[in-house]
Design a protein around this ligand. Sequence first.
Ligand code: HEC
Ligand code: HEC
Length: 187
Amino acid sequence: MKTPYNTIVLALTLAGLGFGAHAADIGAGKARSAACLGCHGEGGVSKSPMWPNLAGQTASYLEIQLKKFKSGERADATMNAMAEELSDADIQNVAAYFASLPGKSAGGDADLAKLGKDKAAMCMGCHGDKLQGNGQFPRLAGQHPKYIVKQMLAFKSGERKGGPMGAMASHLSEDDIKALAAYIGSL
Ligand code: HEC
Ligand code: HEC
């Protein structure tokens, strides 16, 4: 049977509008995210610094990290196993879902946060002037300080590879990192 001309026009129009096979499906992402909420929290806001907040994170960064966990390039036994279960479409959908949720401030030690604020200018060129993130550059604002410290130390030691972050972290002392993390959490 020949495909009716109208169907082809409709398909091309929808693809052009971004409704093609590659558009993220937030509803499907929400359904798939049920497996994530036990750790990452209802609404993507977690109750423990062991688990990063995902709410309000940029979709591109979430996709990149889930692919890195899936390939093993970013090592974490729990997340490597979780990401292995996700297809490329699942990854796109859950990333769009968590990106659509409002972020929440984890809070940070007020005195340390003041010290950290002075050092944060060097982070804003990539992470945004409110550390709100932009595309491949993750949102930092409001993230759990203990999680931030863990990641910065992993970048510093080379255990986690993250483009420019190895060099950035290598210039910072552990005290600098704790102050920056308190400021980040307080946002
Ligand atoms: C059993 C607990 C657990 C479950 C369930 C879980 N995660 Fe995670 N997730 C973690 C931990 C722990 C980390 C931090 C790993 C690290 O320290 O590098 C993490 C990190 C992440 C990160 C990186 C965040 C960042 O800021 O870099 C993403 C993205 C993520 N998880 C997505 C998911 C998704 C999507 C699901 C559901 C399909 C999920 N996780 C289920 C424990 C979990
Ligand atoms: C030249 C750009 C650039 C600058 C400047 C920069 N970053 Fe980053 N940062 C990145 C990129 C890219 C990533 C994502 C790395 C990856 O793919 O794992 C990242 C990731 C991170 C992460 C991991 C977030 C998460 O959710 O796991 C933290 C924490 C971080 N940066 C903190 C900082 C701090 C603090 C500063 C300032 C001292 C800073 N960055 C400066 C580019 C930059």
